[in-house]
Design a protein around this ligand. Structure first.
Ligand code: ADP
Length: 488
């Protein structure tokens, strides 16, 4: 099968969250299943700065858009570590900027994100025609590439080149829909009926890219089975009824872990490697990290780690609300995150109030993220909602016990540890409030003192195989079924 994957991030080149991780590993896993996979990504300035070698595939291509003729090039990344064709759409006006979605100078979203990603979608469709490479499947991800199925079912409807092409949209997070001022709709070059009230791209008086993707994709995937149900009920962020209408074409496929990046036995970022048969390296990681970040080394005290975007979704509010009780108990905590400035300030204030217990770092730091996974005893994810969540799955492999709110992908991967039977891999809380979170943390910290049970719990997680093998197969089967007879 010829599979085109389109997305706005791809780890390690460009990543702001889980989308980058997924698009850094799923294409490779689909290639291993015998597919011809090509990944398309914007050529952001941040990628350019990495000085990767590229080969020009298309020079001087151009597109006629409502705003005028826009030139672009296509570069193929010469990446020895990848068997997948990684194609970069080059246009400096749209992508040669300091930030990805946000302008670091103003800390606000680029005001022309609609135009930027509409251009990206159209350039992908244009470039594969110029290269005469006819995809069987175009797999789009989140709102940034949601316009591809829209263009295919409208402007390109009669284009024979795409006659046999089927589209699949993966929704990584319903909270980000790509909503824009309706006045700018003309810039997308799409039929006006889409933006009429209740049209396929209209929502609450705005242009809605994700709604377009949901309306026009042949199949829709989201990143866990529980989230697939939740988004048809109270987590659909306004698109519940549309998702319900498309329920027969919607399914959940949990993300996989890339163990070539997230495995304590070979992780290059951590202080000492370790594995299930010899856990001594885990202690080294804890001591080294505590020393490095300036927390006292206290082996009997559990270290709680958090690596996250600092946004309301991630439940940081619960930590702030329960701070007094939390930091008066005998724990230590390290937080790594970026995002909401107010949350950063509040966490910084807590860190100064409890200097021996809490350290917080407000940066995007891949190395520190790995070190926190390896050093922590407990990994806390009190998310209000969580489509899949990757860190709980990374935590399993690192023998770091997840304590999570029972929602979305967290509910699908974490099971409550039962000290009687020795089964389970973490701790969950049902109700989204600080007392329930503290109760789950309390169960964890009490068990931490019982070394044999704790080691059993750590090993239960470490034994799991959450690699892409199974999930990539689910995508593959979905694609094959669609190619062999799904309706367009
Ligand atoms: P989301 O996509 O909602 O951000 P996920 O759990 O799916 O959440 O994925 C988050 C990914 O981003 C993980 O790989 C996590 O380690 C990483 N991450 C989040 N914040 C940071 C940060 N400040 N520094 C380094 N990595 C981070």
């Amino acid at each position: 099968m010829k599979i085109l994957i389109a997305g706005s991030e791809m780890s390690p080149l460009v990543k702001t969250g889980g989308l980058g991780d997924v698009l850094g590993s799923l294409p490779e896993a689909l290639h291993k299943l015998g597919n011809d996979v090509r990944m398309f990504l914007p050529y952001y300035r941040t990628i350019n700065k990495l000085k990767h070698k590229t080969q020009t595939i298309l020079s001087e291509a151009s597109l006629r858009l409502p705003s005028g003729t826009i030139e672009y090039q296509v570069e193929l990344l010469l990446n020895k570590n990848s068997s997948v064709g990684q194609f970069l759409i080059v246009n400096d006006i749209y992508f040669g900027r300091e930030g990805i979605y946000f302008d670091p100078a103003t800390n606000s979203e680029y005001s022309d994100n609609d135009e930027r990603y509409a251009f990206f979608c159209r350039a992908i469709l244009d470039s594969v025609q110029r290269q005469n490479w006819q995809p069987d499947i175009i797999h789009v991800n989140d709102w940034h590439t949601s316009l591809i199925p829209v263009y295919l079912k409208t402007n390109e409807k009669k284009n024979k080149f795409f006659e046999a092409t089927r589209t699949v949209l993966t929704i990584h997070n319903m909270a980000y829909q790509g909503r824009f001022d309706k006045e700018r709709f003309e810039l997308l070059g799409l039929p006006h009926e889409l933006i009429k009230v209740s049209g396929a791209m209209e929502g609450s008086g705005q242009t809605n890219f994700l709604k377009g993707g949901i309306s026009f994709s042949d199949k829709i995937v989201t990143v866990s089975q529980t989230y697939a149900k939740e988004i048809q009920n109270d987590q659909g962020c306004g698109l519940e009824s549309l998702l319900k209408k498309r329920a027969n074409d919607l399914c959940g496929i949990i993300n996989g872990v890339d163990y070539s990046v997230w495995d304590p036995a070979k992780d290059k970022h951590i202080f000492a490697n370790y594995q299930i048969s010899n856990l001594s390296g885990k202690k080294v990681n804890k001591i080294e990290l505590l020393n490095e970040i300036g927390l006292p080394v206290r082996n009997q005290v559990p270290l709680i780690g958090l690596v996250t975007r600092l946004v309301e979704q991630k439940g940081i509010g619960l930590i702030l609300q329960s701070a007094q009780k939390l930091f008066e108990s005998d724990i230590q905590m390290v937080v790594l995150g970026t995002g909401d400035k107010k949350l950063e300030q509040e966490l910084a204030a807590l860190a100064s109030k409890y200097p021996d217990k809490l350290k917080a770092f407000f940066e995007f730091n891949e190395v520190l993220a790995h070190q926190i996974e390896a050093a922590s005893d407990i990994f806390l994810m009190p998310s209000l909602f969580e489509p899949c969540g990757l860190n709980q799955m990374y935590s399993f492999k690192y023998g770091t016990v997840p304590v999570v709110h029972k929602v979305g992908g967290l509910a699908d991967t974490v099971t409550e540890f039962d000290p009687e039977t020795g089964e389970g891999n973490g701790f969950l809380f049902d109700k989204f409030d600080s007392d329930s979170m503290l109760a789950a943390l309390n169960r964890a910290t009490l068990l931490y003192q019982k070394k044999r049970s704790w080691t059993k719990l750590m090993k239960n997680g470490m034994k799991l195989d959450l690699s892409w093998n199974k999930s990539a197969r689910s995508y593959h089967d979905l694609f094959i079924n669609l190619v062999n007879g799904g309706d367009k």
